[in-house]
Design a protein around this ligand. Sequence first.
Ligand code: PLP
Length: 395
Amino acid sequence: MLEEIKALDKKYYMNTFGDRLPVVFDHGKGMKLYDDKGEVYYDFLGGIAVNAIGHAHPYFVEKVTEQIGKMVHTSSLYYIENQAKLAQKLVENTCADRAFFANSGAEANEGAMKLARIYFYKKGIDRTEIISLNHSFHGRTLATVAVTGQEHYQAPYRPNLPGVTQVEPNNFEALLEAVNDKTAAIMLEPIQGESGVHPMDKEYLEKVRALCDEKGIILIFDEVQTGMGRTGYLFASQYYGVEPDIFTSAKALGGGVPIGALCAKQFVADAFEPGDHGTTFGGNPLATAAGLAVFEIFEKENLLENTRNKGAEFMSKLNSLKAQYPDKITDVRGAGLLIGIQLKDEIAKDVFRGLFERKILTSLCGGNTIRIAPALNITSDEIDIFIAKLKEIME
Ligand SMILES: *Cc1c(COP(=O)(O)O)cnc(C)c1O
């Protein structure tokens, strides 16, 4: 089956993903994924921080199938019960006053940039520029590529969206220098995911917040990866205790059903008036049923608390391994269950491959860092499986 699917992919699918890892999954359960031969893999990547409630969670399956049986889509011409209720959940549990649903992280981020610009436009103030950070990742659309501070994502698609610049992360002086009277927004990931799990310093974020307050700049947190419990708090802004004016969410929000959210404080959300922004699919009855089911599972199973506890346990076990193999593991960092294990450059690929061969799914990011973002209901036994396999490879 693998060979057959691979041949179809090579012939018919655009070659955007090159040679993928040699496996075809058939189904999953919790932290486990089963391939076409029935072999078990442990999903420590969680579909890149998407499967926060694990695979085939019974309550999720029940609620989503129930919704499919009722209706999948109606359009934004009508009121949508699940959409209104999911917006309520996001608002009641965060610093936001309003939410809007898109279909992906990139699309939510596009919405965030549009909202920041229209806010000043409606006030008749000429402020359109956006400052983001080097090594960031904000998505694959033209505007989100422009704020993604990585040359190889931008180069083929220039000219970029005008008025966008990047500065070094965690360097407040650099940011201060880049800000001018045209700056509309500063956009950043509280923890940079894609480039290797690099958390911002709390002090840096506090200074950025104060700067935005002083200059009337809109602060946007891209929480597409860090949001929905990943750090042990519903959003990383709560982990840091720093409130953005706008934040976005996606990945884990629908438990794997595509959905993105744009959330904002009232003063900036008010800039969107009828006709200013929209979507066909965004927040449809199915996607928002999935989002509501995820929220309910978070509450019923105390997933935020579990994330804090298991994240601390995972981190401390990884730090012991690092102490045992200091010449191989150079850093362990992250928050909650978003963890980066930085390795000596020369061995990083082999360790990643070694984990895969031992049926442990992770991703290699930033060139030398193993990223793990497992289901938030992970158990200690599952953590120990990972530690044992990594130890085996270290030896
Ligand atoms: C994954 C990711 C995105 C892009 O999300 P898509 O759903 O792939 O468009 C944007 N920002 C961050 C921080 C991400 O991790």
